[in-house]
Design a protein around this ligand. Structure first.
Ligand SMILES: Nc1ncnc2c1ncn2[C@@H]1O[C@H](COP(=O)(O)OP(=O)(O)OP(=O)(O)O)[C@@H](O)[C@H]1O
Ligand SMILES: [Mg+2]
Length: 241
């Protein structure tokens, strides 16, 4: 059974410990909203889940496999924080950007131009960006760019989709469309989603689980439980850390 397991994770940048004793299990089909204040370690935790950095202590695995192996096999799609902004000046088309997702995968499509084209088109349709395929990434709006980033992360047919603040800086309607899209990918395709967000209410609406990080794990449980137990206090403790 596919499961993401974090067991007693610590992480330090040099000697600065930013994550302490994080343990959680994410089950196939979960949609986990990761919340917590600035500097709490959310992006660091996502990078660990993406297999990009290794914990200083503890284990992390997906379906019993090491994350770095799962990543190479294309099982993990990752949309980093501010990724759209980072590629703004990059003179590539939407099709080229989404194709980058294929190179992470060991899928046979890599050796087959026609199949690769088909997958890229299919991903753009999935995120509702098929009409943008020949546009340059830098000319798109923030919401359109995020959809393209999600398409890129999906191109390797991942089991696990990690998104770091996919709606930050995006207007109400465009972010609602991104939440809808993630909900559809999660429910209809069974993709497990872990999403960092500062918009607690919207994130909790889409998610079935909430992880609150502030160096340690201050809460991990169902969205319902989070709502019930933290309804009054959560904005206060969120900002108080
Ligand atoms: N590459 C790095 N080198 C050294 N320290 C880092 C590095 N990246 C992050 N940090 C530090 O680690 C801590 C956690 O950072 P992280 O980016 O994981 O927080 P975050 O919860 O994602 O915050 P935000 O909500 O602002 O995105 C911060 O104190 C940050 O300064
Ligand atoms: Mg962050």
């Amino acid at each position: 059974m596919f499961e993401v397991t974090l067991a007693n994770i610590d992480f330090a940048y040099d000697y600065n410990v930013v994550l302490k004793d994080i343990s959680m299990t994410i089950t196939k089909g979960d949609f986990v909203a990761v919340v917590g204040p600035n500097g709490a370690g959310k992006s660091t935790m996502l990078k660990i889940m993406a297999g990009l950095i290794k914990p200083t202590k503890g284990q992390v695995s997906i379906g019993g496999k090491d994350m770095s192996i799962a990543r190479v096999q294309g099982l993990i799609g990752y949309v980093p924080q501010n990724y759209g902004k980072n590629v703004l000046g990059f003179p590539a088309t939407v099709t080229e950007i989404v194709s980058l997702g294929l190179t992470l995968s060991v899928s046979r499509a890599r050796q087959n131009q026609q199949a690769a084209k088909h997958i890229v088109n299919h991903m753009l349709e999935l995120v509702g960006a098929e009409n943008l395929r020949d546009r340059r990434i830098g000319e798109l709006s923030g919401g359109q760019q995020q959809r393209v980033m999600v398409a890129m992360a999906l191109a390797s047919n991942p089991e696990l989709l990690l998104l770091d603040e996919p709606t930050s800086g995006i207007d109400y309607e465009a972010s609602a469309r991104i939440y809808d899209l993630l909900g559809t990918l999660n429910k209809n395709l069974g993709i497990t989603v872990v999403m960092v967000s500062h918009d607690i209410d919207k994130a909790i609406n889409s998610a079935n689980k909430v992880a609150c990080i502030n160096k340690g794990l201050c809460f991990y449980g169902s969205s319902q439980e989070f709502n019930e137990t933290h309804a009054q206090a959560r904005h206060l403790w969120y900002y108080a850390g």
